[in-house]
Design a protein around this ligand. Structure first.
Ligand SMILES: [Zn+2]
Ligand SMILES: [Zn+2]
Length: 406
């Protein structure tokens, strides 16, 4: 293993064209969540060529276990597979051929990076004491992880730890974002129907106007994030869809308000801050004041993604070797959601941000934008980070470097 630093460098740089080609192929044929059939076939074919035995889970998910040369823990490495309902506006030779669908979040790169890492890790099979479970997960954008976990992806062999990464345009190319604790926000989505009594706008006293009540709910509920919960506990309440009314001279019967509540601290709506309970309290109080009634529906879409400190430390050492030093390892968090959170709830995990923003290359458009693109020069950083982090994980576990020995 003393030569492994050199070996990995050579192995990684040898994959430059292959990983780029994989990414471009996925980019040209994007598929929406749980429709990633072509994508899954391509992944299966690649893994089979590595001598692995991929299996399908939840129709389009692909899972494959690399059994190491000795017994030990099982590390899960995950890439997401789905694209978005966005029409690509990039003028690039490998632009999307599937009309109205685009890899506008970078999941094409995640798959290419994990396949590249798998190709290298199989070469280290004999020195790995344990197993690596490669998981290609469908439908990240709408909480696909939970479905894979329910289908048993954390069993047989039982997964002990998990790692993942996300291409990240807000960070510069060459930077890696790593931090222990909450890094991606939790998100609850809600729909509130405010019920009044419809009527003639010339006789408002005979009606109950739900629009004033709805406006009051939107205003008053802002105190949750600005007055009731500490600003040091990031909470964002956004009303993103408001529906009511037919025309100028009719007071409508109902107003519907839809939106999201995000939090970047452990527990989310079950936390001591109870932001969703606060929203319900305000809706109830305001509706009473306005003589309206209401229905409210709130559901959890993503949990908060909490990085385990020891797993972060393993990846931090690997990132330092990958980048040459630690100057470009930054602490980063976001109010966006990431369903890798569901794996991190089950086993100690680490999830990194892989910076890919480069203004000269026009790769600094926001995620989900029709001009989103990535700096392909960071693909190999991702491959090397996953390879080094995995090998370090098994080394630490074997030598008992972590407190919670397996
Ligand atoms: Zn996304
Ligand atoms: Zn994404």
């Amino acid at each position: 293993m003393n030569n492994s630093v050199l070996d990995i460098d050579v192995l990684v740089s040898g994959l430059e064209d292959e990983v780029k080609d994989l990414r471009r192929d996925f980019h040209m044929y994007p598929e929406l969540g749980f429709q990633e059939f072509r994508t899954a076939e391509k992944i299966e074919e690649y893994l089979k060529n590595l001598g692995l035995k991929p299996e399908r889970v939840a129709d389009t998910g692909v899972v494959s276990v690399l059994e190491g040369g000795g017994s030990g823990p099982t590390l899960l490495l995950r890439a997401d597979m789905d694209a978005l309902p966005v029409t690509e506006e990039n003028k690039i030779p490998y632009a999307s051929l599937n009309n109205g669908i685009m890899h506008a979040c970078g999941h094409d790169a995640h798959m290419a990076i994990l396949l590249g890492a798998a190709k290298i890790l199989v070469k280290y099979k004999d020195i790995i004491k344990g197993n690596i479970k490669f998981v290609f997960q469908p439908n990240e954008e709408i909480a696909g992880a939970k479905i894979l976990i329910d289908a048993g992806v954390l069993e047989n062999p039982k997964v002990n730890s998990a790692m993942g990464l996300h291409i990240w345009a807000p960070l510069k190319s060459g930077e890696i974002g790593l931090k222990a604790g909450p890094v991606f926000a939790s998100m609850d989505i809600f729909k509130i129907t405010v019920k009044g009594k419809g009527g003639h706008t010339g006789y408002p006293e005979t009606a109950v106007d739900p629009i004033i009540a709805a406006a009051d709910i939107i205003q008053t509920s802002q105190i949750i994030q600005t007055r009731e919960i500490s600003l040091l506990k990031p909470t964002v309440l956004i009303f993103s869809k408001v529906n009511a009314g037919a025309t100028n001279n009719i007071i409508p019967e109902t107003v519907t308000l839809q939106g999201s509540l995000r939090y970047l601290y452990e527990g989310g709506s079950e936390s001591p801050e109870h932001p969703s309970d606060r929203l319900k309290r305000i809706v109830k109080g305001v509706c009473e004041t306005h003589n309206c009634s209401f229905d409210m529906n709130l559901e959890r879409e993503n949990s908060v993604l909490v990085n385990d400190p020891e797993m972060v430390e393993i990846m931090r050492v690997a990132a330092t070797v990958t980048l040459g030093d630690d100057r470009n390892i930054v602490e980063h968090v976001t109010m966006a959601g990431e369903d890798f959170a569901e794996f991190a709830r089950e086993v100690p995990s680490v999830f990194a941000f892989l910076g890919a923003g480069n203004h000269e290359k026009e790769t600094d458009f926001p995620h989900h934008n029709s001009r989103f693109n990535i700096d392909e020069d960071v693909l190999l950083i991702g491959v090397e980070l996953l390879v080094r982090s995995s090998l370090r994980y098994f080394k630490i576990k074997e030598t008992g470097g972590n407190k919670d020995s397996e």
